[in-house]
Design a protein around this ligand. Structure first.
Ligand code: ZN
Length: 107
């Protein structure tokens, strides 16, 4: 497992993960509704965007002027981690997802 397991993450990391997760999902749903994209096309675009982000982050960690945080991109190993996270999110219970969903309006 990685240091980003939700159950073991420090509060600051957990808050940042939640904020990023919510921002990505909110943007996705807004575009999906606005553009009326077919579901699988929308998901393929989102997957492609994740791949682009990975490539850009990897490039930012290469060379003498790259980020010095210590992360060393490993496309093969990192892809396994990303696939596992994707699979986990797909089979996650709907109840858990609803519990994490921010309120969209007022009742
Ligand atoms: Zn870095």
């Amino acid at each position: 497992m990685t240091g980003h397991d939700r159950d073991r993450a420090c509060p600051e990391t957990s808050t940042a993960e939640t904020a990023l997760d919510e921002a990505l999902r909110r943007s996705f749903w807004q575009r999906l509704h606005h553009d009326a994209l077919p579901p699988m096309l929308a998901l393929q675009i989102a997957a492609g965007a994740i791949g682009t982000l990975y490539r850009q982050l990897a490039e930012a960690h290469r060379g003498p002027g790259g980020c010095a945080c210590g992360w060393e991109p490993d496309p093969d190993g990192d892809l396994i981690i990303l696939e596992a996270r994707l699979a986990s999110a797909i089979i996650q219970s709907a109840r858990h997802d609803l519990a994490r969903m921010p309120a969209a309006g007022r009742a």
